[in-house]
Ligand binder design. Structure first.
Ligand code: GLA
Length: 391
């Protein structure tokens, strides 16, 4: 276990002890990256994410009453509510936990009051799914604490519903799936329609995964995300007029798409075009990965970026700048914006021996262009949600 992990565990444990006595358990749930396949999850295509070595930690124990008492150590805030009176909080972070509790009660699963302390080292708002990590940590911990016997997949689906219904982001399943099912050194090829998945090794390719964090946090991100989803659904409904068997953009080919080109708004057409291309691109990229052709894989990442920026319109000038910067570098095999968009990070596959040089150059160029500091993280692929031992 890394020093960062140990520090977070000791932190949640000691803050828990100061406030509530000895915790009954502690759960670690990681953030995620996604190599390729963006916005394809809710269109029932494929994604290629992995859990990272940065995580959210939650220490938890039962209470004798029906209240929930929470402390978020990193922001030094606390929150309490009765289990029967859940309602959205302006603090935001408690909503992820209340969303989980809300779903458990919708399933009629018996839980009582509990205390929890949260801390972590997943950068917030950077597109690394700290929120899904928190939801997975909470559902995993409650499942253990109250002996609910939910499977990992049930917990993933429950966490997604919590985000959709309580938090209000109509996200797909990728983030929770990656956090829960992550495996050290492996990326997950997930079919978001059948939920079949398999692991592909990513280590030993002489490549480091470098995230460049613009630190841009766009307030429109969740509204625009939901709009993209609606635009895709609208495209599908138009295609269905001629092809009733089509259920999602996963079932759509180029001919079907071209047939609606003059019937729908250009934006809707472009959104659908990107998704249809991205689903195909991911499948091709997986073949590159099998053949260890990281050059071809990297080229597809640049194409994904171009599509996200021009057709799906979820990029921003800082992300475009970083993707273009990486494209000109010998040291980088592929780069693109990652996650929902409108800010956050680019993901860069960088030749191991040139990582430090690349980061220094990127930091310099970014500061020169935007007069603001760039953050960077070298991440490795870690295990998914699990119990961690406490002393
Ligand atoms: C966010 C959502 C995911 C996925 C990505 C884009 O991270 O939570 O479900 O749609 O954006 O690929």
């Amino acid at each position: 276990m890394s020093t960062e992990s140990q520090t977070c565990i000791s932190r949640v444990q000691s803050i828990y002890q100061q406030n509530y006595g000895y915790p009954e358990l502690c759960v670690k749930s990681p953030g995620r990256i996604n190599l390729i396949g963006e916005h394809t999850d809710y269109n029932l295509g494929f994604v290629l994410p992995a859990a990272i070595d940065k995580a959210i930690y939650i220490a938890m124990g039962k209470r004798t009453d029906a209240e929930i008492h929470l402390i978020a150590a990193d922001v030094n805030e606390s929150f309490s509510v009765s289990i029967t009176e859940l309602s959205k909080s302006s603090l935001e972070w408690p909503n992820y936990i209340m969303g989980i509790v809300d779903q458990l009660s919708k399933l009629g699963l018996p839980i009582g009051g509990f205390n929890a302390v949260i801390a972590g080292d997943v950068p917030l708002g950077a597109g690394l799914s700290s929120s899904a990590a928190l939801e997975c940590a909470a559902v995993f911990a409650l499942n253990e604490l109250f002996g609910l016997a939910l499977s990992k997949l049930e917990m993933v689906k429950l966490a997604q519903r919590a985000e959709n219904q309580f938090v209000g982001l109509q996200c797909g399943i990728m983030d929770m799936f990656a956090s829960m099912f992550g495996k050290a050194g492996e990326v997950i090829r997930l079919d978001c329609r059948s939920l079949e998945y398999h692991y592909t090794p990513f280590n030993q390719r002489g490549i480091k995964i470098v995230l460049l964090d613009t630190c841009v946090k766009h307030s429109l991100a969740s509204t625009e995300y939901n709009v993209r989803r609606k635009e895709c659904e609208f495209g599908v409904s138009e295609i269905q007029k001629n092809h009733p068997a089509v259920c999602s953009l996963r079932d759509v080919n180029t001919d079907m798409l071209l047939a609606i080109q003059n019937k729908v708004d250009k934006k809707v057409f472009n959104r659908c075009k990107f998704i249809v291309e991205e689903i195909k691109r991911l499948q091709d990229a997986c073949i590159d990965l099998e053949h260890n052709d990281m050059i071809a894989f990297g080229e597809k990442m640049y194409m994904t970026h171009a599509g996200l920026s021009n057709l799906y319109e979820v990029s921003c000038k800082e992300l475009d700048f970083l993707a273009a910067f990486s494209k000109g570098k010998e040291s980088v095999l592929g780069a693109r914006m990652m996650g929902g968009g409108f800010g956050g990070c680019t993901i860069n596959l960088v030749k191991e021996e040139l990582v430090e040089e690349f980061i220094l150059e990127a930091e310099f160029a970014f500061e020169k262009e935007f007069d603001t500091k760039l953050k960077s993280y070298i991440v490795s692929i870690g295990d998914g949600t699990s119990l961690v031992s406490i002393d």
